[in-house]
Design a protein around this ligand. Structure first.
Ligand code: KG4
Ligand code: ZN
Length: 334
């Protein structure tokens, strides 16, 4: 078997990360520097601040990733880098660092999609069997993706407005919860009940598309109307009701996709894949299907470079190579 060592970079949003991955499925190191604290007081990511932090951290993280993996540049077979989607100024830091090292040490460069990375993080659990279906839920994306074979990604449908994680963060902001609010709302939800019955948009419309902006508005209206009446709503029930609406739609659309695309595995990836309510609901759904459920490990749900190594290894094996004029592509899909 061919052994490959991949050095990978991720800098699309507010995490700078550099990893070393062996054969696309073993993590030798995965250094992650989060900037959350710097963005918290603004309630979301400030692009200019994000770029500056990426510059400060990226070379230090390369040294750490090599040291932790106990390798030198001479051991590296390829460099995988996220070149989109994401914030252009942030992406460019990872792309520039990766290109520089690729050029200086004459190592092949493999441009890699952040979305493919989130989905391929499942490789750290077990080998992926095709055809597979992926539910990708993050701060920037909500999509159902069909994978007929290795390296092929067909988007069945995606959100028309807010992403699932984005709606968690926006609702959290109204409730006074620090950014990113997903984890806290998830925890609150487990102590409450679905008493508000918020809308489940497009739940049974037959498409694979999503819409979360109506849910967000319904939540915010309920919250503000209560405030005007000096009424204090139960936070746990609010969180539980919001989460139930999000999870119901995600699970129903996934069921519809599984009915039309019989697959061997369902992969769950992206920051919102850490959601306990969603993981439980999908595990229950899959009890009715001949499909294996592979949720990404909690530690690898959020942005990290190891997942870019996992996806990059596939593209590397298939011969994809980047040139030194590789640019960031903020609206890249796969
Ligand atoms: O994948 P990710 O780290 O970054 C993007 O590529 O967007 O996802 C971050 C998103 C944030 O919106 C955050 O609130 C959400 O993931 N998130 C969660 C949970 N943990 C993180 N949402 C719901 N439940 C969670 N437990
Ligand atoms: Zn992400």
């Amino acid at each position: 078997m061919i052994v490959s060592i991949i050095l990978s970079f991720e800098s699309s949003a507010d995490e700078t990360s550099v990893a070393v991955v062996k054969d696309g499925n073993k993590i030798l190191s995965n250094e992650i520097a989060t900037q959350i604290k710097s963005h918290q007081r603004f309630g979301g990511i400030v692009p200019e601040v994000a770029s500056r932090h990426h510059i400060e951290r990226v070379t230090i993280l390369v040294d750490e990733a090599l040291a932790d993996a106990n390798i030198t540049y001479a051991d590296i077979d390829a460099i995988a880098v996220t070149y989109g989607p994401g914030l252009v100024g942030s992406l460019l830091i990872g792309v520039t660092a990766a290109k520089t090292i690729a050029w200086a040490h004459n190592i092949p460069l493999v441009p890699t999609s952040h979305l493919a990375g989130h989905i391929m993080a499942a490789r750290f659990v077990k080998p992926i069997e095709y055809p597979a279906l992926a539910l990708l839920v993050s701060g920037g994306h909500t999509e159902l993706v069909y994978l007929p074979r290795e390296g092929a990604f067909e988007v069945l449908g995606e959100t028309r407005d807010d992403a699932a994680g984005e709606s968690y963060d926006k609702v959290g902001r109204v409730m006074g919860i620090a950014y990113p609010a997903g984890k806290t709302i998830d925890e609150l939800a487990h102590q409450g009940k679905d008493t508000f019955n918020f809308p489940r948009a497009m739940e049974n419309d037959g498409t694979y598309e999503f819409s979360f902006s109506g849910l967000k508005s319904a939540f915010i209206n309920t919250y503000h109307n209560a405030q005007q009446r000096d009424e204090v709503l139960n936070k746990e029930n609010l969180a539980a009701s919001f989460q139930a609406a999000v999870v119901d739609v995600l699970v129903n659309k996934t069921a519809q996709a599984l009915d039309h695309y019989p697959v061997k595995q369902l992969l769950l990836g992206g920051g919102v894949a850490a959601n306990q309510g969603l993981r439980t609901a999908l595990a229950n759904l899959l009890a009715n299907y001949d499909t294996e459920f592979i949720p990404v490990p909690l530690k690898l749900a959020g942005d990290n470079a190891a997942m870019i190594g996992a996806a990059g290894e596939i593209f590397y094996r298939k011969g994809r190579r980047g040139t030194y004029d590789l640019n960031a592509d903020p609206s890249l899909e796969f």
